[in-house]
Design a protein around this ligand. Structure first.
Ligand code: SAH
Length: 251
């Protein structure tokens, strides 16, 4: 049997935001590998083995998936959102580069998904309509100094900034510090969007001005978007405003 490895994005949460390509590939798989919370989103069925692991074991998980594919299994590694955005695709390539040379010849495919920032943006309007960047606020794999530098330069460059992994019990102060620093660089009225559990039953989306942004509003399932100086709000009676960034930047 010829094995293969697909690295698939399950989107932000709702089943209808999983692409048909990912659904079809999951239907052909013998094994699903991933963080327990994401593996749980793939329904059990006969012939499918689900391998759930802890969140911090990305490299081990990638190695396990590659070994299974090399043995002839049809393996899907699952991530939330898009697998290439702060997720398993890069971990798999780290394992390929450092691991068994035969892994380079495996049939490896990346199946895109809807990343949290795109799902969140779609809820409120078009905040990413002009130039933007995404920053992972976790300092597990990079020094905090580098994150501060990137935040400051991104604000100076007037990018809209999407912050992934803004908060966890192990990292309680980082987002507060990020807001402090961004207030030094940006107008205090810039809109900040807290989008939590987008497309799930527990979805909650709040829009505040940068001066009123409180880090405690975010949790592990929140993506935080900070507008550029040009990001605008369109007020609506009794409804959440639209937030958008015009396409052009006048000089
Ligand atoms: N690959 C994923 C990101 C994984 S990092 C993607 O492309 O979306 C995990 C972070 O993603 C979380 O801390 C949170 O910032 C964000 N996230 C994932 N799902 C989300 C959702 N449904 N709503 C809001 N943010 C989400």
């Amino acid at each position: 049997m010829t094995g293969w490895l697909a690295i698939a994005g399950l989107g932000p949460g709702a089943a209808e935001l999983i692409t048909p390509e990912v659904s079809r590939t999951l239907a052909e798989a013998t094994d699903v590998v991933g963080y327990a919370r994401y593996v749980a989103r793939v329904p059990e069925r006969p012939g499918l083995t689900r391998h759930a692991s802890d969140n911090r074991e990305e490299l081990d998980r990638a190695g396990q998936a590659l070994r299974l594919a090399a043995e002839g299994r049809r393996v899907v590694v699952v991530s939330s959102g898009d697998p290439g955005v702060f997720a398993m695709a890069a971990a798999v390539f780290e394992a390929v580069e450092a691991g068994d040379p035969s892994w380079r010849n495996l049939d490896i495919k990346i199946l895109p998904g809807i990343s949290a920032m795109f799902a969140a943006a779609a809820r409120i309007g078009a905040p990413l309509g002009h130039d933007f960047c995404a920053i992972n606020l976790s300092d597990n794999l990079k020094p905090w100094d580098l994150i501060e530098r990137r935040l400051r330069l991104a604000a100076q460059a007037d990018f809209v900034i999407a912050l992934y992994n803004p908060m966890s019990s192990a990292r309680p102060w980082q987002l507060g510090r990020a807001f402090e620093l961004l207030r030094e660089e940006l107008p205090e009225t810039v809109p900040v969007v807290f989008a939590t559990a987008v497309s799930d039953a527990k979805e909650k989306v709040d829009i505040v001005a940068l001066k009123d942004a409180i880090a405690g509003r975010a949790d592990m399932r929140t993506v935080v978007m900070i507008g550029s100086s040009r990001t605008r709000m369109i007020a609506r009676d009794g409804k959440q405003p639209f937030v958008y960034t015009p396409r052009s930047a006048e000089v």
